[in-house]
Ligand binder design. Sequence first.
Ligand code: DQQ
Length: 464
Amino acid sequence: MPPSNWMNDPNGFIQWGSTYHLFFQYNPDGAVHETVHWGHAASEDLVHWRRLPIALAPTPGGPDADGCWSGCAVDDDGKPTIIYTGASGQRQRACLATGSDDLVTWQKYPGNPIIPEPPSNLELVAYRDHCVWREADAWYQLMGAGIAGVGGAVLLYRSSDLRHWDYVHPLYVADQHYVDGLWTGSMWECPDFFPLSDRHVLITSIWDAHYLNYAAALVGVYRDHRFEPLFAQKLDYGDRHFYAPQSLSDRTGRRVVIGWVQEGRSIEAQRAAGWSGTMSLPRELTLDRDGSLKVRPVAELKSLRGAQLSVPGLRIPADQPLVLTCINGDALELEVVLQPAPDGSCGVAVRRTPDGEEETRIVFDAVRCLLTVERTRASLDADTMRTEHAAPLTLASGELLALHIFLDHSVLEVFANDRVSITSRIYPTGTDSLGVALVAERADALLLRLDAWPMGSIWPGAAS
Ligand code: DQQ
């Protein structure tokens, strides 16, 4: 997160030389989404970051007068180049900027906007955000869009120089109700499109009637500049708390994705706090054998681990939380391996008061095949979001439940069996909401192993 004020989407995520650069939607003047700029941070390891000056600011009277909205960064034969959405009044149009060798200072292209109008043959709900890549013959670009009365869409463009673009056709148009069982809304924001193993993945963020819902991932085949999805899923089951993700392929060939972790408290509370929004942990995406996505936190995060605490195997009695007195805190990493009873639920409670009045449970229900983050008692503050988040999770016969949990004050990121993630926000009120407990419901469960680490700061020189 920036030191203060508003942050939303990750932008221009790129590795330049050995350095990772992450730009982001940023309002330097308040904790609200207004007149957004491109903030900038850089890292050598995806974990420890340094803050850099604002990269892009709106130009009065220009096509981005009301905001430099989301976009991407590419390497144009050694020249760092950003393509972003310039917002002015109701118009949102593609703009370009080129950077210095260190990516710190940026010059806007005098010919902006580079795509002045949407395609004339389409009636669009909205149209913005960019994903650009190189193929043998040309540059290609996707813009997010929604076709009125039809559904979310990604529009394909082609260019030889990144400055002059020809509209090709929609790469894909969705049904506004469903794609393969997943509701995909009326407009798609922030497209991200990339090869993964022998498939292509299209990630979009599902917008509908001004509500930001979740990031969807379609896994499919890209051929002849058309995309055919074979599989659709949520990229993260925390819904609005993991939105507008952007990914890169780094020098090791890994696909790493970061999303915007939106607040779950009132606008007044965000203003009073003086800040809003964080980035998620960086996650590595791979393809599972069944064609779905696997997700796990990047291995570099282990460098934040403090002294390890371990709990040996034990039985967790049904309906009696087992408080782990040796582990507590609000910046923790937990690795927990459990054997659920076939007719019960089991998991972990975090940010728990000693009397259990406040707590957030991460619970797997073996009957419903659901992993849930239960926020009903996450906070005594009724103005915070306390709905449940649930992810489908079916364990194979004999498979154990492997939870990997990262807790960072109000940010909770849960990974299960490398298959699903749930990103959530919780706002406990108690100064003693720091406890950790093991829980089993309806039937005893077994703990096979639990390792815990206090987590250090990502800002060099800062206290944890
Ligand atoms: N946020 C940006 C837009 C994008 C939206 C504006 C998604 O470019 O569509 O801050 O959160």
